[in-house]
Design a protein around this ligand. Sequence first.
Ligand SMILES: [Zn+2]
Length: 151
Amino acid sequence: MSANSMPDAVSKAPPQEMVRITTDQWTQPFWDATKEHRLVGAQCGDCGKFRVPPSPMCPKCHSQRIDWVPLSGKGTIYTYTIITRAMFPSMEPHIPYVPAVISLEGAGGTRLVSNIVGARVGDIAIGGKVRVIWEDHADGKTVPHFALEPG
Ligand SMILES: [Zn+2]
């Protein structure tokens, strides 16, 4: 089935059980912020370079300092794919879903792997404007997805 076979379908969130989040000292602040429905980016505390995903050392200046800065939650679709087939039965209600790489506004060109949710599939395009939306999961984590900006 090609993506064009369901242009009027509305994109869904993937099954929560497919999203397994493990955190460590370098990523915990990101997930603490999502619980409060805030999108933050890791920025080097010395040279200002953003690093996504956050890593122990800045690739530019080797500093270990990180400032977590609030982001607008707006972004642009860098690339995406449309999943139109359920790989297992419990996925069926979540079809189609649309994993996407989002270029984040105000984050130095960094990108976040996420999903586009609640969009008419035929309206999704590279370069499209999106904004963050939140899905609170049963396990207590909150996951950022993105919705198309109107217009
Ligand atoms: Zn740096």
